[in-house]
Design a protein around this ligand. Structure first.
Ligand SMILES: NC(=O)C1=CN([C@@H]2O[C@H](COP(=O)(O)OP(=O)(O)OC[C@H]3O[C@@H](n4cnc5c(N)ncnc54)[C@H](OP(=O)(O)O)[C@@H]3O)[C@@H](O)[C@H]2O)C=CC1
Ligand SMILES: O=C(O)CCC(=O)C(=O)O
Length: 411
């Protein structure tokens, strides 16, 4: 099942649990706007190259649409649509005043030079600048993008609209970024995991973790989990996978990964087949890379008791069913990785206020939001006698439906 079909299915299940009117259901599913643009840039060697960029704005009933921009070879319209819809539900679970959007460019950032990436980002921004804005649609980083990408978008957007730091989040601190945003998704994953484990009479300390992906989210999650006494026994990225049953030394692995552009070759563990990372023995599995990686091919082999979805839609519905029957507890993406967009919200608030918070305030507020989010999800699980994914979906869909009804349908 592709990402969009899977996301639509989860939405429809939640809608049925809530007893939503079928017309409202349909209206909540259809995106507000889908943008597709062709971005042609001169490469460093003088030849021209064309890339296709997307921005899907899913829903704005609760506020400006919000979501990352992904640079990855597999970016395609259905997936961007699914990710945009997930952002609508994620901002609603977090209870921050946003709707949902997502964007992406089909490209391999590892094969582009820094100046090619800058040209591509600027052309993309030129094509969408009229459709994004501080109160309309606020992009942020996702896979393959980061603070530098946001700085280029900010600069290009500001040429048309005047200096507008709040038009993107996840910016460099020197351009109005928030302290704590870089680590926020990983820190949110830690807070979410703490809340989940506490519910089961456990703590992070002493639990064995496996993490797929060692980019922004995976590497921060690994660092913060290990600082809390969690034992990270295996990690993978695109270059390979490594394992150490006694726990990987995460600070050394981070240093190695920065110096060698990947985890491959790290001497503090044994290399393993990256394909086996998800089925390695552990207590908590943290997928923090691509979508759809947990599916019917591997769901029966997964050893973890808990799955914390740091990536977006890592688990497809067939795997969800298999894992549920096997008693594996899944903390869904729209709650587990909401720390990133929550601190993006704090960044936007700081930009609008023109006042910078210290990092302690950012992290404390994040903990408050994540703790409240977990309680709200659990309350919905009780109300609807459902699992955590449906708890999160019913919470979100109900909030967005209420806002939509309150705003009215008059033309
Ligand atoms: N950044 C954010 O704030 C948020 C991100 N997310 C989600 O988290 C996930 C990761 O995003 P982010 O950390 O930002 O992205 P990054 O680009 O920073 O990192 C992605 C990581 O995944 C690795 N990777 C890519 N393909 C594979 C593969 N086939 N097997 C194993 N590892 C792979 C990459 O390896 P390499 O570096 O070697 O290419 C890299 O380590 C995505 O699903 C994203 O949507 C969710 C919420 C917020
Ligand atoms: O920080 C943001 O605005 C969005 C991050 C994002 O794309 C996500 O949560 O998937």
């Amino acid at each position: 099942m592709n990402a969009l079909a899977a996301t639509n299915r989860n939405f429809r299940l939640a809608s049925r649990l809530l007893g939503l009117d079928s017309k409202l259901e349909k209206s909540l599913l259809i995106p507000f706007r889908e943008i597709k643009v062709e971005c042609t840039i001169p490469k460093d060697d003088g030849t021209l190259a064309t890339y296709v960029g997307f921005r899907v704005q899913h829903d704005n009933a609760r506020g400006p649409m919000k979501g990352g921009i992904r640079y990855h070879p597999e970016v395609e319209p259905d997936e961007v649509n699914a990710l945009a819809q997930l952002m609508t539900w994620k901002t609603a679970v977090a209870n921050i005043p946003y709707g949902g959007a997502k964007g992406g460019i089909g490209c391999d950032p590892a094969e582009l030079s820094v100046s090619e990436l800058e040209r591509l980002t600027r052309v993309f921004t030129q094509k969408i600048h009229d459709l994004i804005g501080v109160q309309t649609d606020v992009p942020a980083p996702d896979m393959g993008t980061g603070p530098q990408t946001m700085a280029w978008i900010l600069d290009e957007y500001s040429k048309f609209h005047g200096h507008s730091p709040a038009v993107v989040t996840g910016k460099p601190i020197d351009l109005g970024g928030s302290l704590g945003r870089d680590a926020a998704t990983g820190r949110g994953v830690l807070f979410a995991t703490e809340a989940l484990l506490k519910e089961h009479g456990k703590s992070v300390s002493g639990q064995r973790f496996v993490i797929q992906g060692f980019g922004n989210v995976g590497s921060w999650a690994a660092q913060l989990i290990s600082e809390k006494g969690g034992i990270v026994v295996a990690v993978s990225d695109i270059t390979g996978a490594i394992k150490n049953g006694n726990g990987l030394d995460i600070p050394s692995l981070l240093k190695h990964s920065r110096e060698h552009r990947g985890v491959k070759g790290f001497h503090g563990g044994d290399p393993i087949d990256p394909k086996s990372i998800l089925v390695e023995d552990c207590d908590v599995l943290v997928p923090a890379a691509l979508g759809g990686v947990i599916n019917r091919e591997n769901a029966n082999e997964i050893k973890a008791k808990f799955i914390v979805e740091a990536a977006n839609h890592p688990t497809d519905p067939e795997a969800d069913e298999i894992l549920k029957k096997r008693g594996v507890v899944i903390l869904p993406d729209i709650f587990a990785n909401s720390g990133g967009v929550t601190v993006s919200y704090f960044e936007w608030v700081q930009n609008i206020q023109g006042f910078m918070w210290d990092e302690e305030k950012v992290n404390n507020e994040l903990r408050t939001y994540m703790t409240k989010g977990f309680k709200d999800v659990k309350d919905m699980c009780k109300t609807h006698n459902c699992d955590l994914r449906m708890g999160a979906f019913t919470l979100a869909v109900n909030r967005v439906a209420r806002a939509t009804i309150l705003r009215g349908w008059e033309a």
